[in-house]
Design a protein around this ligand. Structure first.
Ligand code: GLN
Length: 484
């Protein structure tokens, strides 16, 4: 039953052919067998999951079930879960029991979803390989010596290894789309503001967005429907009406104009990735879409701008973890300064410290104009590129990542080469636009992702195209041999 999509499982649950308790027990047994090699879950809540499944089965029996009632998922450990340890992948929060639920968790729970546990992640969502977690790195289910991507690497590995029907993730510079691509699953980062950030531990507040990772675009549509909507507890949450993402999945894509940026197919792109993506574009053409070449002239400035803005915001957001208000507290401090220094020194890992240093530097009085302000200006240019391109096309498509999943350990000592993984993903965050990654083939046995970006609030269009593509192909239905 784990090889079924979420939508197929939901149909079986609704018809009574399957119970949520059976499904949850099945996944728990798989987690027991497979998670020790993958390290994708950092917490499994068996008892709570079984109880929630029983309640879901009751609801279904009484005719009160919805589209997601009884579906087992995993939450990225960045989402606060009431009464359940929430670590954000950090020693800083190793013992933090959240006193409330993130809005995303509340909304999915209200929709009847059952939480199996918490997914491993890069510490404070900083990373592209899930090698920055205090709880150890995660293996890619396709090849265990490869990384699953990051920072939602645990979530993507859980979906790929079929250890839950789906998972939540967050994306600040690509952390839903990049691991989705590396693990051969589908993931969507919604428009900034579509999904509430309340209770989602902050990394870079102007870039962070939550979203789903699942096997298919249809599954993502079902989850995003439940996750979206205005939240008075997040002042940046959008009050626009949430469209019906499922209803438009089968819209015809004939005549749809797909922009292909020339900048996405240049230096740094692995040939196997480029080939798979080009083949996917041809497939979309067969379905009636029209390909048009477009240009995003400031594409080359995205990584430098992102790696000033994201650390700057992170340095500010992470100042609350001082051992007094939040987080790990050092033992036997000499004085207040010693308490701060040692609590933060012990609690944060190397990458988080690097970001705090870069961010504090970029925001300091003498350098603010040269770095932070400049980066914000570049951000506007990047956003303008999309505005111009969207005058001519409906979506922009290309590779999600320049390469397939790389070997574990290969980039840990070279932060810049690690940052280059985000080459094609950060622009959507800088511009607040929705982006999706869908599996579109393999290169040397490893999955390749097709990324599409749409104008603000057009998630439905992305889900529609990805669904049409998945109707015509079966890349998204392949599963890693090691997980049977
Ligand atoms: N890899 C990027 C970073 O390390 C993006 C992370 C994310 O989207 N959370 O900042």
């Amino acid at each position: 039953m784990h090889d079924k999509t979420l939508a197929q499982q939901a149909a079986l649950l609704a018809s009574g052919e399957l119970t949520s308790v059976e499904l949850v027990d099945h996944y728990l047994a798989r987690i027991d067998r497979l998670n020790s090699d993958l390290n994708a879950y950092i917490l499994v809540n068996e008892e709570a999951a079984r109880n929630a499944a029983k309640a879901a089965d009751e609801q279904i029996k009484n005719g009160e079930g919805g589209a997601l009632t009884g579906i087992p998922i995993a939450h990225k450990d960045i989402f606060c879960t009431k009464g359940v340890r929430t670590t954000c992948g950090s020693r800083m929060l190793e013992n933090f029991i959240a006193p409330y639920n993130a809005t995303v968790v509340d909304k999915l729970t209200a929709a009847g979803v059952v939480s199996l546990g918490k997914a491993n992640m890069d510490e404070f969502a900083m990373g592209s390989s899930n090698e920055n977690s205090y709880f150890g790195s995660v293996a890619n289910p396709w090849q265990h010596d490869r990384v699953p991507g990051g920072s939602s690497g645990g979530s993507a590995a859980i979906v790929a290894a079929q250890l839950a029907s789906a998972a939540t993730g967050t994306d600040t510079g690509g952390s839903i789309r990049q691991p989705a691509a590396f693990c051969g699953v589908t993931g969507i980062k919604p428009t900034y503001g579509r999904v509430s950030r309340y209770g989602m531990i902050a990394f870079a507040s102007s870039l962070d967005q939550g979203g789903p990772l699942a096997r298919t675009a249809e599954d993502c549509a079902l989850l995003l429907q439940a996750m979206s909507g205005h939240d008075p507890r997040d002042s940046t949450s959008s009050d626009l009406e949430v469209p019906d993402f499922v209803a438009s999945l089968n819209d015809d894509i004939k005549g749809l104009r797909i922009g292909v940026p020339e900048e996405y197919f240049g230096e740094g792109l692995e040939s196997g990735v480029g080939d798979a993506v080009k083949e996917a574009l041809t497939e979309l053409e067969r379905a009636g879409a029209v390909l048009k070449s477009v240009s995003l002239p400031n594409q080359g400035l995205c990584i430098p701008a992102y790696y000033v803005i994201a650390p700057a915001e992170a340095s500010s957001n992470l100042s609350r973890f001082d051992g007094v208000r939040f987080g790990h507290r050092a033992e036997n401090p000499q004085d207040l300064e010693d308490l701060y220094k040692r609590s933060r020194g012990e609690g944060f890992g190397a990458e988080v410290k690097r970001r705090i240093l870069i961010g504090a530097y970029a925001l300091s009085a003498g350098y603010y104009d040269a770095y932070y302000l400049k980066a914000q200006q570049v951000r506007q240019l990047v956003s303008n590129d999309f505005t111009e391109a969207f005058k001519e096309v409906d979506v922009i498509a290309g590779p999600t990542t320049p390469t397939t999943a790389f070997e574990r350990g290969a980039k840990t000592s070279d932060p810049v080469s690690m940052y280059l993984n985000d080459l094609f993903t950060v622009s959507a965050n800088l511009s607040g636009l929705p982006g999706i990654s869908a599996p579109c083939g393999f290169s040397e046995g490893l999955p390749v992702g097709l990324q599409m970006v749409a104008p603000a609030n057009q998630e439905a269009r992305l889900l529609n195209i990805a669904h049409q593509y998945q109707n015509a192909t079966n890349w998204h239905l392949q599963s890693p041999a090691a997980i049977d």
